[in-house]
Ligand binder design. Structure first.
Ligand code: SF4
Length: 243
């Protein structure tokens, strides 16, 4: 069955799933899209929540992992540990750029900071994500976004058509709070990213302008591009990194 032959009444589904447990949403997605379903994961702080939900309904679900070339070594080690422990079907897509060469060519003289993070995200994250989605051409894509994380995410729906990837975007955790994620992780004894224990509540790339730890009481995503207007890398936005 192709996307075009599927009848998806998103408005009805979003009414039905309002307040539903994420497991119910993921089960519906697996039954509806079958092998046409993929998951994206950054293997970040609490990524095991979405991964656990997804592999509970489809053990071999393809998990798209974007490697920008600037990830923390702990993230790569965490991904590898999870891949082996849970037999994950991780599809790792890399930036086409050599990390050091790209910085030099684009005038980024200090690898610890980014003067132009939008350009870096466009070249090293969004291009990779778009290539992965073109390559896999899924019918639907499960993502781990939550409404309270940013203004852009607050406008998202649990089930919505994503023009950029030409597939359905399914956000089973959209309505969950940080506390609910934490409780789910504890209930299922799921591992947190090793840097989570050092105050990194949201983990992207390693420049200190892209990810820093947050203090008690700070918003969980306040350590991402701290002090900048930028709130998203762009892969969850229809228009990409031009933000
Ligand atoms: S998060 Fe930072 S290092 Fe990673 S792609 Fe974006 S700007 Fe570049």
């Amino acid at each position: 069955m192709s996307v075009s032959t599927l009848t998806i009444d998103a408005a009805e589904l979003n009414r039905r799933f309002a307040g539903a447990h994420p497991a119910e949403i993921v089960r519906w997605a697996a039954e509806t899209f079958g092998n046409g379903l993929v998951l994206t994961s950054s293997f970040g702080a609490e990524s095991m929540c979405a991964i656990h939900l997804a592999i509970s309904v489809r053990a071999d679900i393809p998990i798209v992992f974007v490697n920008t070339g600037y990830l923390f070594p702990q993230t790569l080690a965490f991904m590898e540990m999870l891949r082996q422990r849970y037999q994950l079907n991780v599809l790792e897509y890399h930036s086409q750029n050599d990390p050091l060469v790209w910085l030099t060519v684009h005038g980024e003289s200090n690898p610890r900071i980014r003067q132009n993070p939008d350009a870096c995200c466009a070249a090293n994250k969004n291009e990779v994500f778009d290539r992965a989605m073109r390559d896999l051409a899924p019918m639907a894509w499960i993502r781990g976004v939550r409404a309270h994380q940013s203004q852009a995410r607050a406008t998202m729906q649990i089930v919505e058509w994503n023009r950029r990837t030409n597939c359905w975007a399914i956000s089973p955790l959209l309505g969950w709070s940080h506390k609910q994620i934490f409780q789910y992780m504890k209930q299922h004894e799921l591992p947190f990213h090793p840097l989570w224990h050092e105050g990194y509540s949201s983990i992207g790339c390693n420049p200190e302008t892209c990810t820093r730890p947050v203090a008690a009481g700070e918003d969980a995503r306040s350590g991402r591009w701290a002090g900048m207007d930028k709130k998203e890398c762009g892969i969850h936005l229809d228009q990409g990194a031009g933000i």
